[in-house]
Design a protein around this ligand. Structure first.
Ligand code: SAH
Length: 398
């Protein structure tokens, strides 16, 4: 079916319309009347969603084979989901980012909060990296790409569709350019700093746009002292700290490729002589530094998600506690600890409680200076507060 023809109709079960009716953008498979015809619809097809009595609740995409079956894209059911639709959404998303940032380096589209559930678009200047997470967005890629050309006309577009979340929608994983030639490392600008993002194979889309605000707050705390950037990736926290006047910084990561780029970033930003990189597992390296008596003015720990699925909650929480205990032990008296969690399943409260326990087990006292989260180019849909996955705390330790 072409996306411009009349969409098929999908019906909710009796009494299951309250959530979507109140503006929530999802309907789950067990809320939908999965009769044979509905079950047989093509995954990702554009459809309208209806109450039992026929009242339409919106238009979006439908996948009968996944838990979040219906994704509402527009509450007005007559909205055509075509190139013009994407153009309108992209223009609004762009206007917001242009208001927030001086330079075109940001997450341009962050899923539902930008009215485009299942889609992430990161912009690195003239180069755009796209991730689609739903069968619906995958099918709509041609319309999206055409709209992107009209709205920002990037020189190159990379499809980074290698995330494991795609399995939930039975989507294949792949990485390929959709337009132009994507260089091996793409230059990212952040508050006067330059970083080389590996958009083809690096973590996320090559750079952690989401920690921009945290980097900005943490960096100057290291002025005049030593800084330890654990789980450094390409050295975002370390290089920001060096630029803000830290004497020395050490970037620790288990990925040789990430550290190679961190060293390159050191050169680009003229701080190489004060930056060291260490390829090591974080917990072991923190233990080693503690035994060696090494202490730091600032320790930043920005690990990968310890809790990827709900089942991992208990062990993951213990992991955060242990990480804080080990990291707090190498913070000099009066120094600072930044600790982050990007686990969806860990609440702000649970995280804070593990952080407090870890600090206490390290035999330290201290105070929370700031709670951090993803920057405003990662907005949150008001009906999906739990999608605010990133949390962080900055503490001073006595
Ligand atoms: N702080 C970074 C982002 C960190 S992403 C920034 O601001 O850009 C998490 C990093 O942790 C990745 O680079 C990954 O290679 C690294 N990593 C994952 N497991 C690790 C481990 N056990 N020990 C050390 N590094 C690890």
């Amino acid at each position: 079916m072409s996306v411009t023809s009349t969409p098929v109709r999908v019906f909710l079960l009796p009494g299951r319309d309250r959530r979507v009716g109140s503006g929530h953008p999802w309907a789950y498979s067990n809320e939908i009347n999965m009769d044979a015809a509905t079950k047989a619809l093509t995954a990702g097809e554009v459809a309208t969603l209806h109450r039992v009595d026929g009242k339409p609740l919106g238009v979006g995409t439908f996948n009968p084979h996944t838990l979040i079956s219906f994704r509402v894209l527009a509450q007005n059911p007559t909205t055509p989901i075509d190139r013009t639709f994407f153009e309108t959404r992209l223009k609004a998303a762009l206007a917001l980012r242009e208001r927030l940032y001086d330079e075109p380096y940001y997450r341009l589209v962050h899923g539902e909060a930008d009215g485009l559930g299942g889609l992430v678009v990161d912009r690195y200047g003239d180069i755009v990296v796209i991730q689609t997470a739903t069968a619906g967005m995958e099918r709509l890629l041609p319309e999206l790409l055409a709209a992107l050309d009209i709205v920002i006309n990037p020189s190159a577009v990379m499809l980074r569709n290698d995330g494991s979340f795609r399995r939930l929608e039975n989507l294949e994983t792949y990485v390929r350019p959709a337009k132009g030639t994507v260089p091996e490392s793409v230059e990212v600008h952040e508050r006067g700093l330059r970083f080389p993002a590996d958009v083809t194979a690096g973590q996320k889309t090559g750079w952690f746009l989401d920690q921009r605000d945290a980097r900005n707050f943490v960096a100057p705390l290291a002025k005049g002292g030593r800084m330890l950037d654990v789980y450094s990736h390409i050295g975002g926290f370390a290089i920001a700290a060096l630029k803000a006047g830290a004497e020395r910084a050490i970037a620790v990561d288990s990925s040789a490729k990430a550290l190679e780029l961190a060293e390159l970033a050191g050169k680009w930003n003229d701080v190489s002589d004060r930056l060291s990189v260490v390829k090591a597992e974080a917990f072991g390296e923190l233990e080693r530094l503690r035994s060696a008596g090494d202490r730091f003015r600032v320790v930043a720990c920005d690990p990968p998600a310890f809790v990827r699925i709900a089942k991992e909650l208990k062990t993951g929480l213990k992991g955060y506690r242990k990480l804080v205990r080990l990291a707090a032990a190498v913070v000099e008296p009066g120094g600072f600890l930044f600790i982050a969690s990007c686990s969806h399943n860990v609440t702000v409260e649970a995280f804070a409680s593990e952080v407090a326990a870890g600090v206490q087990r390290a035999g330290r006292d201290g105070r929370i200076l700031r709670s951090t989260g993803a920057g405003p180019d990662h907005p949150v849909h008001p009906r999906l507060p739990e999608s605010a996955y990133l949390k962080g705390l900055v503490l001073q330790l006595d």
